[in-house]
Ligand binder design. Structure first.
Ligand code: ADP
Ligand code: MG
Length: 687
């Protein structure tokens, strides 16, 4: 049960004044669903404005506040053209206030001709005219807001403005209660940290490193503590020792010998499974390193020991593909493998449920549907999680079977994350590394090309297809993965390529009905379709060895780790593969550097580290804005700097007060709820 003191923070955002169904949408997009989220929606930066008498005193690009007299409104007939309000400063200089789209309605109301207004915003030059685009403030009197001059700038979504969100933040902060201190008193004193509520308020007011650090540390501490609680609980519980006799594995007829790294990883897993303590192991291996076989061997050990195993995939598409691969490989062993997704209905569903319950199904592959309450297993003893990016899935799973014996968990990831980040994301878990690619792989040639060469590229593509090869075409990521812009770009490219290649082209994107997506994937995987046009949904896991060409449009928009994942879709067979990175014509220096690096290295670990250096770790930890991120307050620099201390601190707290009963322990419980790491609390008696 969440402590009552937190109730005001966990109220829905709709309880804030001015939030109706219309504003709910942009707030949702920002991940702000509760008052707490709004209070923690920290400014991206601050602007400092200068009050000026005339525009002559201000430089271009400067944030200013000045008094203007409105002289004329221009536009309004063509809704696509900008709407301009002309105004004069005290000595008659003309400046345009420019509005796009629906914002012009506001302008008409706020800026009647002949009136005097205080206007705040960024001064820019447009042709030979000075302008302010979408002023931040327009006031009749130079009120408080403009006097303050230093203002937070928040991340926005369409339908929100800075003043709106600032107003909501203010309301949310007013509801924040005083909370007991969960940090170590000595540390708070040493670091000179403000109390929680003060820190939160200060972080919205101006640059305040101490406040920001304190808030980040809170989050890191909550995370470490939750992971440790679950781990400790897990150690207390008994798993099921799984010892295989090799009877299933012996019948596997793999078309290749295992690599040394694969053998080593399997041995490590086998050792863990034989123990009574449930396994929690991360299998890290670059794309194409061959994680699937390792997972299969591990699952077969469970089957040999008379238990069941499950493989959890993040999407239906990947679940299906894993299923096909595993079923094919496992066929000679006689193990019963099924696919189970949320889409199975009626008789098919019933029969799978039955098989899981009576134990006639040995291995189930699926999406999270395999862990619904309605699904009962005879003896599920081992779970493999593929491409776990989502925070804490493994931890939750360990708790899922509470009361019964805990399953052994193997998490697989192709994201080569540095040690600190592993610790942050998974806590203390064991790691097996596939640091060796299967033999015979040829390096993938990577070419960077201007978007204008697309005609030549299409000819090259035609030649590849004529040779019986297949290709991927990844469309640009405009703003977020598979938002409306992404879909539009993919649709347009698909239509264009279809004119040339007809039925040979298929398309997949996130908004497509699952049946259509599967149908398209199946045509591509079977070799019937030659070209797969996709948004980034193909990023993880898809395996079509005959595909030897990868085209990525506007490659500069992707992160290195992501490009590397995409590139890993080709070069899976023995034939030479090529990856073509199409770039726009205006590139920043960093973008140029990144694409050159992509061209020059194939090493996922090196790319991940460079990515960290060049653009911070957002990508490694998931997108910050999308509730998936492990951390929403702490940034990468803070994680690297503060996590080790938070981790040690959590351990000390656990050692002294493992039940979180004392005064600091009670406060720490509140912290866990505050950061929704309460699955940690649930491991405690009476928690
Ligand atoms: P990932 O680690 O990216 O999940 P996969 O398990 O999909 O990699 O394997 C990539 C490809 O390499 C598959 O086609 C698989 O059959 C093949 N493969 C796996 N292990 C070996 C090996 N030891 N020798 C040769 N090919 C292998
Ligand atoms: Mg894989």
């Amino acid at each position: 049960m969440r402590p009552d003191i937190l109730n005001p923070l966990f109220a829905e955002v709709e309880t804030l004044d001015g939030v109706g169904p219309k504003m709910k949408k942009p707030l949702d997009r920002l991940g702000l669903t509760r008052v707490r989220d709004v209070a923690y929606h920290l400014p991206e930066r601050f602007v400092t404005r200068r009050a000026v008498q005339t525009v002559d005193e201000a430089g271009e690009g400067e944030q200013i506040v000045l008094k203007l007299t409105v002289t004329e409104h221009r536009g309004g007939r063509n809704p696509r053209a900008p709407y301009r309000v002309l105004a004069q400063d005290s000595i008659g200089n003309v400046i345009a206030l420019t509005y796009f789209g629906r914002a012009s309605y506001t302008a008409k109301k706020q800026l009647p001709v002949g009136e005097v207004r205080w206007v705040a915003g960024k001064l820019e030059r447009y042709g030979d005219m000075l302008q302010i685009v979408h002023p931040d403030h327009v006031l009749e009197e130079g009120g408080d807001t403009l006097q303050r001059l230093c203002e937070p700038v928040y991340a926005l979504a369409e339908g929100l403005t800075q003043p709106r969100i600032a107003g909501l933040v203010e309301q949310a902060l007013a509801r924040a209660p005083e909370l007991p201190e969960w940090n170590d008193a000595n540390q708070v004193e040493r670091e000179d940290w403000p109390k929680w509520r003060e820190a939160l308020k200060a972080a919205h007011k101006g640059e305040d490193a101490k406040a920001r650090d304190r808030l980040a540390y809170d989050e890191l501490l909550a995370n470490s503590l939750a992971l440790m609680l679950v781990r400790a609980d897990n150690r207390r519980r008994k798993g099921q020792p799984l010892i295989g006799d090799g009877s299933y594995r012996g019948k596997l007829a793999l078309p290749f010998p295992l690599t040394g790294a694969q053998k080593r990883s399997i041995a490590e897993i086998e050792g863990d499974l034989a123990q009574e303590a449930p396994m929690l192991r991360l299998l890290q291996g670059d794309v194409g390193a061959g994680k699937t076989v390792v997972a299969l061997e591990a699952m077969l050990i469970a089957v040999e020991a008379g238990a069941q195993a499950a493989l959890l995939a993040p999407t239906e598409l990947l679940a299906r593909q894993h299923y096909e691969t595993l079923r094919r490989m496992a066929a000679p062993t006689g193990a019963e493998v099924v696919l189970f997704t949320g889409r199975d209905k009626g008789r098919a569903r019933e029969s799978i449920l039955m098989g899981l319950l009576d134990g006639s199904i040995d291995i189930v592959v699926g999406t999270h549907a395999i862990f619904q309450d309605t699904v009962a297993y005879r003896n599920l003893a081992m779970v493999v999680i593929d491409e776990q990016h989502r925070f804490g899935v493994g931890q939750r799973l360990m708790l899922a079977g509470k009361g019964k014996r805990a399953p052994h968990v193997l998490a697989m990831t192709a994201t080569p994350i540095p040690r600190t980040l592993t610790l942050a994301q998974y806590g203390e878990l064991d790691v097996s590394k596939l640091d060796e690619l299967p033999p015979g792989r040829q390096a993938i040639d990577t070419v960077v090309m201007g978007q204008d060469k697309i005609g030549l590229l299409v000819d090259r593509l035609a030649a590849q297809i004529a040779e019986g090869r297949q290709a991927y075409w990844v469309c640009p990521m405009v703003r977020e993965s598979d938002g409306p812009e992404e879909i539009a770009a993919a649709e347009a490219r698909y239509a264009a390529l279809r004119e040339r290649f007809g039925e040979d082209v298929v398309m997949v994107h996130g908004q497509l009905a699952p049946e259509l997506k599967d149908a398209a994937m199946e045509r591509f995987a079977s070799g019937d379709a030659k070209l797969l046009v996709a948004t980034t949904v193909i990023e993880v896991g898809v395996d079509v060895p005959n595909a030897t060409l990868m085209v990525i449009e506007q490659a500069e928009r992707f992160g290195l780790a992501q490009l590397h994942q995409l590139r890993g879709r080709v070069g899976r067979g023995s034939a030479k593969s090529i990856c073509i990175l199409l770039r726009g014509d205006t590139l920043s220096e960093t973008a140029r550097e990144r694409l050159a690096l992509m061209r020059d290295t194939q090493d996922g670990f090196q790319l991940a580290e460079e990515d960290l250096r060049l653009r911070g770790g957002g990508e490694l930890l998931g997108t910050r804005q999308s509730g998936d991120a492990a951390f929403r307050i702490a940034d990468l620099e803070q994680i690297t700097r503060l996590l080790p201390a938070a981790h040690d601190d959590a351990r000390l707290l656990m050692e002294r007060d493992g039940g979180l009963e004392g005064r600091r322990g009670e406060a720490a419980r509140i912290l866990l709820y505050l950061f929704e790491r309460d699955f940690g609390v649930r491991t405690l008696r009476g928690g």
